[in-house]
Design a binder for this molecule. Sequence first.
Ligand code: ACO
Length: 273
Amino acid sequence: MSEEQADTVTYTVENGVAWVYFSRPAKRNAMSPKLNRRMMEVLDELEFRDDVGALVLGGEGTAWSAGMDLKEYFRETEANGLRGVRKSQSESYGWFRRLRWYQKPTIAMVNGWCFGGGFGPLFACDLAICSDDAKFGLSEINWGILPGGGVTKVVVDLLPMRDAMWLTLTGDLIDGKQASAMRLVNESVPADQLKARTSEIANMMLEKNPVTLKFAKDAVRRVGLMTYDEAEDYLVRMQEACNFHDKTEGRKEGIRQFIDEKSYKPGLGAYDK
Ligand code: ACO
């Protein structure tokens, strides 16, 4: 591993799933500019691989991510003036955005601490699973900044206003079960079941038509800002675009296996690709 890659990100690809890890455990996976640059490269390396059908983002050690690196991301880049600040912002926001619109379905597997800037990738992942003992917090208020870099937008999009305001103003920690009850994540499970449950969910993704998954996940993110009529029109166009990109004509095959072959029921699972 080169010096540029050390203490940043690791990944393996196993049975169709890319397991990507924040890999800076000694610094609680705080996001440094070097880590942000490497994460963008890793996402780029994996996005269009035929042997990757879903991506999981986990954390090594006791943290998922302790947020932005207060020394390397804030203090040292500020010392380089506006140019330094804007550069490091574009590197972090860049990979968060890349992940939000990723080609493959993505799952945040939150094993421990998740602070501040960590809410960016948490929201960027389509689904999120955490361990019961994970801890989430907007600690920005505790050191004198507002939750920036999109984080306030993330909590307002994901949570009711009272919960968003509570986390923002108090900096209070919530555990995995509370995060699940608040719908910050889909599910919270005991720590020793986290990887197995995440793997199950990733495998559910692998069973579906991959072209449709990409159109469907983008639609969920897009329609929130549209009027009903705009959304209706957008979804018609997106289905037509999906039909064009899906060279397997999956929807016709799905109907055939149900109506003619009677080999499966769409209400109970995916058709056989
Ligand atoms: N930035 C820079 N360094 C960090 C960060 C961070 N966000 N988080 C942890 N570290 C470093 C510590 O400075 C320490 O370094 P050292 O070993 O060289 O002294 C090392 O990681 C281990 O941290 P500890 O505090 O010793 O670990 P502990 O397990 O006791 O506590 C915790 C973990 C609670 C995550 C604590 O480190 C912490 O509060 N970190 C800051 C969390 C935070 O507020 N992040 C910023 C959010 S706001 C934003 O992202 C915009």
